[in-house]
Design a protein around this ligand. Structure first.
Ligand code: S3P
Length: 431
């Protein structure tokens, strides 16, 4: 039997790393970024910024970005390759749209099946020219302009990527842009803008909507950014500790942004012994430490209204649910169909293959927790999705590595040190 014991420093947050690079590239002056996540996705953003004429260097584990301002991107000679990264594609499409340059965006096979019109349709409304494959996909060609119209955008989907793309575009639009989101999504762009002293307003309405009001164009003065540790990456070891008897882990300096840590509340309501201590604010984000230990979990109902707050954690929450007593109902998972893989399908396929009872009605999942003995060498299909690969690696702790995960290389998309960290926490128990 294996268990998790000890403490590790979780790598930098993926969402914040993308934003730290983009906003420092759009600032005037030199920004030092520490603890940047050097994962495949983030490196795509970094390389694209270089293609757009931004000087970025590294020394002594710190990155230095020499920003050219909000109107400072130059027309790239090559296509901008977003690889597997939806955040890179959507945020960078927004960022270049209000610069007078032409860019072509491309991506890998998985990214080329994910919707881009969810962002470009708003940019077209304000005057960006876009040429897009089959009305929705990469490759796409965008012809930006510094004369885009200031307007009010009503975002239909709960998506931080759409919101952030429109915010980044508005930083070089002359006049007032308003962005209305019906439900709160992760707000790292807004927090980082406050940290960078950018002047804008957020209004909260009684119906739960938020209006972000920006009056461009902006001149942003560079300010050093420290990237805090990624709670979504931490969630794997937290669930690992909760399900493997005898485990206890302690994780420090984890980002405590309320839009990202709803999974901790869910795990606590399942009976998870989790202690959280908020400690300080780093570059506009609250951080704290988390202790999690082995617990007898029970099934819960997770309502659809929480889905935007749990969007990246459903795969690992499914692993927790598989080890809980009773059933866990997860509702309103529509957006999971549009991630690096169709995550509803990825979870259901592998659960059935292992022998768990799981039902899927439209975009809801019901998982029946069960203590099962499994056979050696059960194949797990990751569908090249990093969060699926990491989730089943965690389940492997209690199944003595009987699960044979088909592609672990994809883990480097968000967490290159995952295996090293998992190994350093893993301890063999007797019996
Ligand atoms: C992200 C937003 C989320 C999330 C993704 C990162 C971001 O996507 O799933 O991993 O950094 O803005 P959506 O905005 O499409 O929900």
């Amino acid at each position: 039997m294996l268990k998790l014991k000890g403490s590790i420093k979780i790598s930098g947050d993926k969402s914040i790393s993308h934003r730290a690079l983009i906003l420092s590239a759009m600032s005037k002056g030199k920004t030092k970024i520490t603890n940047l996540l050097e994962s495949d996705d983030v490196m795509r953003t970094l390389e694209i910024l270089r293609e757009l004429g931004v000087k970025i260097t590294k020394s002594n584990n710190c990155w230095f970005v020499y920003g050219n301002g909000t109107n400072g991107f130059i027309e790239p000679e090559n296509a901008l390759d977003c690889g597997n990264s939806g955040t890179t594609a959507r945020l960078m499409i927004g960022a270049v749209s209000s610069n007078p340059i032409k860019c072509t965006f491309v991506g890998d096979k998985s990214l080329s099946k994910r919707s881009m019109s969810r962002v470009t349709k708003y940019l077209e409304d304000v005057g960006t020219e876009v040429n897009i494959t089959k009305k929705d996909y990469l490759p796409l060609m965008i012809h930006g302009s510094e004369n885009l119209l200031p307007t009010t955008h009503h975002i239909q989907k709960a998506s931080a990527q759409i919101k952030s793309a429109l915010i980044l575009a508005s930083l070089n639009i002359h006049g007032k842009t308003k962005i209305v989101e019906k439900t709160l999504t992760r707000d790292h762009t807004e927090r980082m803008m406050k940290y960078l002293n950018i002047n804008f307003k957020i209004k909260k309405l009684n119906n739960g909507s938020r209006i972000i009001e920006l009056n461009g164009p902006y001149e942003i003065n560079s300010k050093d950014i420290e990237v805090v540790s990624d709670p979504s990456s931490a969630s794997f070891f937290i669930v690992g500790a909760l399900i493997a008897p005898g485990s206890k882990v302690m994780l420090k300096n984890i980002m405590m942004n309320p839009t990202r840590i709803a999974f901790l509340k869910i795990l606590k309501s399942m009976g998870g012994k989790i202690k959280i201590k908020k400690t300080k604010n780093i570059s506009g984000e609250e951080v704290g430490s988390i202790t999690a230990e082995y617990s007898k979990l029970k099934g819960v109902n997770i309502p659809s209204k929480l889905s935007a707050m749990l969007i990246d954690e459903y795969p690992i929450l499914s692993i927790a649910a598989s080890q809980a007593k009773g059933k866990t109902v997860m509702k309103g998972l529509d957006e999971l169909r549009h991630k690096e893989s169709d995550r509803i399908n990825s979870i259901v396929t592998n659960f059935k293959n292992i022998g768990f009872k799981i039902t899927n009605k439209k975009n809801d999942l019901i998982i029946y927790g069960k203590d099962i003995k499994i056979k050696k060498n059960i194949k797990i299909k990751t569908f090249d999705d990093h969060r699926i690969a990491m989730s089943f690696s965690i389940l492997n702790i209690i199944y003595d590595n009987y699960l044979n995960i088909d592609n672990k290389d994809c883990i480097s998309i968000s967490y290159p040190h995952f295996e090293k960290h998992l190994n350093s926490l893993t301890v063999k128990t007797n019996g």
